[in-house]
Design a protein. Structure first.
Length: 319
């Protein structure tokens, strides 16, 4: 097994590296990586229905989509991500425990008792420390998971906090869990770099495992994946399943209501209700929004173009 520690903390680079290694190598692979202040949604999720979009935009939190299914996770400097890529003869061989058990055993060496849950998470004292997901490509399976070591759990909670009922779709929805940090259960305090080094060296101790350093050719191919897929609007936003959205707010005693239907990230239909705008203004919004992307920049630009003011609450009410 090749063991790789990614030094680049750009989330798009790391996600692209996973897909590149999955599709272009034949070896079994183990990867450790980090990305900072990033929300990562599953392949089949409605992005806007899974994240606190206004909070992420206002706090410079990166939003990304991965190639595996499963729920939404949050990465920061206190989180470590692990990835296994393994050749299999049949999908019947694949089980989450095949990949989570080595992590459980490694944590046990640090005196931390973790266990798997029915939802493919890793728990300590019933609280989640790791979310896991998989993707199958030909005869290879990619399994990756988070390890909350010393994350900012308040920021995590705010970034993925959503208000139920705003979004309606057939997208895969996340199961929210109570989370905790691994560092809280260590008998002796260590820094996250020591934790990462321990995970990596422990994997290298296995027979026939060796470290692999990505070369210039690897970096070049990974950058291609970044440009053509992982940073594109069509992948991050447009890949969301068809959904409808509705919201209502009060601003200075006046009511504003919005309903939109969205397909591939593009607004198809729009209804504007309430008494915040007059009839003419509501008609302008209703006529201008279809065909626009359902994202911050596009909504703000549209509102500005038809001279409806720039009240941030109006922009945020669309999400």
């Amino acid at each position: 097994m090749l063991c790789i520690r990614l030094k680049n903390t750009n989330p798009y680079y790391c996600l692209a590296a996973e897909e590149y290694l999955l599709k272009n190598f034949s070896d079994d692979i183990f990867i450790l990586w980090q990305s900072h202040n990033t929300v990562v949604v599953g392949k089949h999720q409605n992005l806007l229905g899974e994240v606190n979009y206004p909070y992420c935009m206002n706090n410079n939190i990166t939003i990304a989509r991965r190639i595996s299914g499963g729920g939404t996770v949050f990465h920061d400097r206190g989180n470590v991500n692990f990835t296994y890529i393994k050749n299999v003869n049949s999908p019947a061989e694949i089980s989450f425990k095949m990949f989570t058990q080595p992590i459980v055993e490694t944590l046990a060496k640090l005196g931390v008792k973790a266990e798997t849950s029915g939802s493919n998470d890793l728990l300590i004292d019933g609280k989640k420390i790791s979310g896991n997901a998989e993707h199958i490509y030909k005869n290879r399976v990619l399994h990756h998971g988070t390890l909350l070591f010393d994350s900012d759990l308040v920021n995590l909670g705010k970034a993925i906090k959503v208000v139920p009922g705003k979004y309606t779709s057939k997208a895969v929805q996340s199961n929210r869990s109570v989370v905790t940090n691994i560092s809280s259960f260590l008998k002796e305090k260590i820094e996250i770099e020591e934790f990462i080094s321990f995970l990596f060296s422990n994997q290298l101790q296995e027979a026939e495992n060796s470290e692999y350093i990505l070369n210039d050719s690897d970096h070049s191919e990974i950058e291609k994946f970044i440009r053509e897929k992982f940073t594109t609007w069509d992948w991050i936003y447009g890949y969301s399943p068809t959904y409808s959205f509705q919201n209502k707010i009060q601003i200075e005693g006046k009511r504003f209501e919005v309903e939109v239907n969205v397909k591939k990230g593009i607004i198809q239909e729009c209804r504007i209700l309430g008494n915040y705008f007059n009839i003419s203004q509501k008609n302008k919004l209703k006529n201008e929004l279809p065909g626009k992307r359902h994202d911050f920049q596009s909504i703000r630009q549209c509102v500005n173009q038809i001279n409806l003011g720039t009240d941030q609450k109006i922009i945020e009410s669309f999400f």
